[in-house]
Ligand binder design. Structure first.
Ligand code: NDP
Length: 329
């Protein structure tokens, strides 16, 4: 059967301007780090992407190394684009990144011009795309001049292989410098992708104010702390959860470490009549510097649950204070 998206999909969400740029993003975006690789069930990945798009989620985030094996998430996504989503390419924001290890030898990781531009060509090949909407430097490279890394991003735009550029995992100082270089190169930085959730708040004191000042958007990854900030680990570690998977990045000991706080946060969410995942997403989106929450999912029902966050009543001062007390204990 040919896929046809829901007619009313753009009535479902309020799109958010990314910093002071012309681009708007959905308040929730879907990342393909886990659950869309060669080890995963393609039918489930297909259903999640098509359903997300039906619900108005126009932004899909990838990287060269997503899988496992590395590259397989882009291949999977490319197959879906070719078979079903191509007619809607102009309604989608597709991002990819380069920075982590991708191939052997001295040119397969970090931030050289050689690596970034070769990797982007490979990503476009795997996804069968002429261009990506956003191309990121996935991590700062301590040994490559920032001018070279940012220059490679600007070249990608000049070549028509990316429309916008972004940085991920850059510190405050690195972001400040990167933004200045990109401005000089007439390729302004669109967006920063840092980790941000209730258990990791490094961005709050300096990075977010800087992004607001610079007019750069912010797309926090792991808003649910890889699933810790959901109800799934309250009783045990479910067999199909990320913490139970050998290739996952969430290890069992982290569940035990955070469980007391997870339980208390879950009580606050229950008192609000919502899931902990919904509250965690609302909490991330509460700050004006945040453009969109970049979630992951392993099933369609999780995407729907997360979208419920956008319909819930705002967190009150009392609820925010209660959350603050739990987090700082
Ligand atoms: P999250 O913190 O949103 O965790 C997603 C996981 O939480 C899901 O796989 C699922 O776990 C669980 N989950 C999601 N929704 C629910 C729900 N409603 N109820 C119960 N469980 C739920 O994000 P990710 O860690 O997946 O990261 C999101 C994206 O961020 C990535 O796909 C990637 O695009 C990006 N990213 C970027 C990085 C960077 O360096 N730039 C680094 C890491 C991520 P389960 O699988 O157990 O069901």
């Amino acid at each position: 059967m040919t896929y046809l998206p829901a007619q009313d999909r753009y009535q479902k969400l309020d799109y958010v301007r990314c910093g002071r740029t012309g681009l708007k993003l959905p308040p929730i975006s879907l990342g393909l780090w886990h659950n869309f690789g060669g080890v995963d069930v393609p039918a489930v990945g297909r259903e999640m992407i098509l359903h997300a798009f039906d619900e108005g989620i126009t932004h899909f985030d990838l990287a060269n190394n997503y899988g496992p094996p590395p590259g397989s998430a882009e291949e999977f996504f490319g197959g879906l684009m070719a078979r079903e989503l191509k007619p809607w390419r102009d309604e989608m924001i597709i991002s990819t990144k380069a920075g982590y290890h991708m191939w052997d030898g001295p040119y397969g990781e970090w931030g050289s011009r050689k690596y970034l531009l070769s990797s982007l060509d490979q990503s476009l090949g795997r996804m069968g795309l002429d261009y990506v909407d956003i191309f990121y430097s996935h991590r700062p490279d301590p040994d490559t001049p920032l001018e070279e890394t940012m220059g490679a991003l600007a070249t990608a735009v000049q070549q028509g292989k990316a429309l916008y550029v972004g940085v991920s995992n850059y510190s405050v100082e690195q972001t400040r410098e990167a933004a200045a270089i990109l401005r000089e190169l007439k390729t302004p930085c669109l967006i920063h992708q840092p980790r941000y959730n209730m258990f990791d708040r490094w961005v709050e004191p300096e990075l977010l104010p800087l992004l607001e000042e610079e007019g750069i958007g912010c797309i926090p990854f792991c808003p649910l702390a890889q699933g810790l900030l959901t109800g799934k680990y309250l009783k045990d570690i479910p067999e199909d959860s990320r913490a139970a998977k050998s290739h996952g990045f969430l290890k069992e000991d982290r569940v035990g470490e955070y469980l007391p706080k997870i339980k208390q946060l879950n009580e606050v969410a229950q008192a609000r009549g919502q899931s902990l995942a919904q509250m965690a997403i609302q909490w991330v989106l509460r700050l004006p510097a945040i453009t969109t929450a970049l979630i992951g999912a392993s099933k369609v029902s999780q995407i729907d649950d997360c979208l419920g966050a956008l319909k819930a009543s705002p967190l009150s001062e009392d609820e925010l204070a209660r959350i603050e007390t739990i987090l700082s204990a």
